[in-house]
Write a protein that binds this ligand. Structure first.
Ligand code: ADP
Ligand code: ADP
Ligand code: ADP
Length: 214
């Protein structure tokens, strides 16, 4: 299956993507995680991306599309993938369509996670992620690690993302509404969008998503 996940920052895309990818046996491809890995390895791409991310803006399309394309061309993505955080504007969606068409592939669905703004703000404010792997995601109150500040999965140090500060979150929400939401209409025109509520316990949202993707 080839699936795109969309939804505001903090809706639970990463959390659900990890679980759905496991169930559907496809790799979870998160452009945010790829950028953060580049930042921690201090690559040139990481240095460039960080300035945009810290301001709550999108990283320029050219580098983002190239990075996503390279990842989608890895052998493990041949049979399908779950894209989390890409595409994030209409030109990225067009670039993805072009790439898929060249390979005679198409998307199966675009899963739209809906959550009210006051909930995503709470989810982001309490989010803590692991230094070793930003796919290891916790929450101060909703998903407390067994030991404060320590990742349950790998023992790594938990920290708050620089871009999860209150000011940056406001900017990211605005960017979501102006630049990312339009891709929902773009994909509706292709008949691909399934919308589900991201509210309630993680397991319930996963079940809802699997049901919607059937
Ligand atoms: P996104 O990738 O959409 O930004 P995350 O998956 O990182 O979202 O989730 C944001 C925060 O909310 C994390 O701290 C996560 O643990 C928490 N979270 C995710 N799903 C739920 C849920 N259904 N209920 C409560 N908290 C959640
Ligand atoms: P969240 O799930 O909380 O929205 P992500 O980890 O998906 O956060 O993204 C964090 C930041 O990484 C974004 O605010 C943006 O700066 C950058 N980013 C991630 N994916 C893209 C993309 N497809 N295009 C441009 N920038 C991106
Ligand atoms: P499972 O063995 O089903 O994966 P977990 O230990 O991941 O169980 O989850 C235990 C509880 O915490 C569940 O109620 C689940 O919905 C919730 N939960 C799991 N992951 C997150 C997360 N990232 N953020 C918030 N709540 C979560």
């Amino acid at each position: 299956m080839r699936i795109v996940l969309v939804g505001p920052p903090g809706a639970g895309k990463g959390t659900q993507a990890t679980r759905l990818a496991e169930q559907l046996r496809v790799p979870h491809i998160s452009t945010g995680d790829l950028f953060r890995a580049n930042i921690s390895q201090q690559t040139e791409l990481g240095k460039l991306a960080k300035s945009y991310m810290d301001a709550g803006n999108l990283v320029p399309d050219e580098v983002t599309i190239a990075m996503a394309k390279e990842r989608m061309e890895q052998p493990d993505a041949e049979g399908g993938f779950l894209l989390d955080g890409f595409p994030r504007n209409v030109s990225q969606a067009e670039a993805l369509d072009e790439l898929l068409t060249t390979e005679s592939m198409k998307l199966d669905a675009v899963l739209d996670l809906e959550a009210p703004e006051e909930e995503v703000v709470k989810r982001i404010a309490g989010r803590r992620i692991c230094r070793n792997d930003s796919a290891h995601v916790f929450h101060e109150t909703y998903k407390k690690p067994a030991k404060d500040g320590v990742c349950d999965v790998c023992g790594g140090e938990l920290y708050q993302r620089d871009d999860d500060s209150e000011d940056t979150v406001r900017k990211r929400l605005e960017v979501y509404h102006t630049q990312t939401e339009p891709i929902i209409d773009y994909y509706k025109a292709q008949g691909l969008v399934v919308t589900i509520s991201a509210m309630g316990p993680v397991d319930e949202v996963t079940q809802r998503a699997l049901e919607a993707l059937k």
